[in-house]
Design a protein around this ligand. Structure first.
Ligand code: NAD
Ligand code: UDP
Length: 344
């Protein structure tokens, strides 16, 4: 059993990963300021994991930019063996409007966290990076050796933190670091008790489709029908959030059991799915219509981004196990049971 600090553990990916780590027997401290999540998600994680008390899941409300909050989180356990760092801001469009805020939370927040790790002699970290840092990929599927060329402030902050971690590793090779580049995380735990709960109008396709199916939005706007893809709509690599959560467990197991190393891994399925294919799969899973209209392309979109996930398979023995229809089934269980998300 390891003692782990999970920043941003109340959020979408953090809550599912927390559950997988609790089920694997680990003991967790979650640090979250709830700026984009609800404490309710962690109550549900606790119930799903069958925890009778708070001994293995301690929740600290605080900000990764505040050294005192970080010290409280590290002080909540006798020692922290590793950190999984999810906390951050993730909306591409918002990052264009508010670049300083994104650099502060994502880049400065990560620097504060790494400083706190040094103060507390913890040198193992799994970092939430993103396929967005590949920008407009030159070849698809995309391997980890593809150039890092982000095209918006959000992507720039992810690339900066990746570089910060590489610099720390070069200076102190005793660090154990995994930089995990997620493709498109979607879906929910099959119980429907935890899932994605975006505030306001969803920017991303999957929660938008879910809200159309449940009747919260009238129709989907498909951003472009003239892409150079088989049906003319954008192609992405959608990964079930439970597969992603299991990828974190596998990365952590590797870091804690191998010599110190700097890992850079794509986490994706390797399979492309178009906007129209995803909408049709959701209709089939939910039995609800997902009406749509095709509108102009969204600025900054790429035609197709699909992972080459072979390095993660080789180094972690991990690959996705859940299909697009599993994703839609579980996403629908969550959406239909929680039409307003955690605001019940
Ligand atoms: P999320 O917004 O659901 O979770 C992030 C969590 O961090 C939230 O609980 C939020 O309250 C918390 N947080 C934000 N700022 C904080 C701060 N200053 N101090 C403490 N807590 C703070 O997002 P998610 O989808 O779970 O994403 C988790 C991570 O994965 C993010 O770093 C994101 O950039 C990255 N990522 C997400 C996606 C995606 O599509 N969801 C894709 C690639 C990478
Ligand atoms: N998309 C769409 N309508 C929406 C949201 C997204 O057609 O309301 C398309 C978008 O153009 C892209 C795909 O769905 O081709 C995935 O978009 P998302 O924002 O979910 O992920 P990302 O673009 O960050 O990979």
């Amino acid at each position: 059993m390891a003692h782990l600090l999970i920043t941003g553990g109340a959020g979408f990916i953090g809550s599912h990963t927390a559950l997988v780590l609790l089920e694997a027997g680990h003991s967790l401290v979650v640090l979250d300021n709830f700026s984009n999540s609800s404490p309710e998600s962690l109550q549900r994680v606790k119930a799903l994991a069958g925890l009778a008390d708070d001994a293995r899941l301690q929740v600290i409300e605080g900000d990764i930019r505040n050294p005192a909050d970080l010290d409280r989180a590290f002080g909540a356990a006798h020692s922290i063996d590793g950190v999984i760092h999810f906390a951050g801001l993730k909306a591409v469009g918002e990052s264009v409007q508010q670049p300083l805020r994104y650099w502060d939370v994502n880049a400065n927040g990560s620097r504060c966290l790494i400083e706190a790790m040094q103060r507390h002699s913890c040198r193992t970290i799994v970092f939430s990076s993103s396929a967005t840092l590949y920008g407009f990929p030159e070849t698809v599927p995309i391997s980890e050796t593809a150039p890092v060329q982000p095209i918006n402030p959000y992507g720039h902050t992810k690339a900066a933190v990746e570089q910060l971690l590489a610099d720390v590793n070069a200076c102190e090779p005793s660090w154990r670091i995994a930089r995990l580049r997620y493709f498109n995380p979607v879906g929910a735990h099959p119980s429907g008790r935890i899932g994605e709960d975006p505030g306001g109008i969803p920017n991303n396709l999957f929660p938008f489709i879910s809200q159309v199916a449940v009747g919260r939005r009238p129709q989907l706007q498909v951003f472009g029908g003239d892409w150079p893809t088989p049906d003319g709509t954008g192609v992405r690599d959608y990964i079930h959030v439970m597969d992603l959560a299991e990828g974190h467990r596998a990365a952590l197991d590797r870091l804690l059991s191998h010599e110190p190393e700097l890992l850079t891994l794509n986490l994706g399925s390797g399979l492309g799915c178009s906007v129209l294919e995803l909408a049709a799969a959701f209709e089939a899973a939910s039995g609800k219509p997902v009406p749509y209209t095709i509108v102009d392309r969204r600025p900054g979109d790429a035609a197709s981004t699909v992972a080459d996930p072979s390095r993660a398979a080789e180094l972690l023995g991990w690959r996705t196990r859940r299909s697009i229809s599993d994703i839609c089934r579980d996403g629908w269980v969550w959406q239909s049971a929680n039409p307003q998300g955690y605001d019940v």
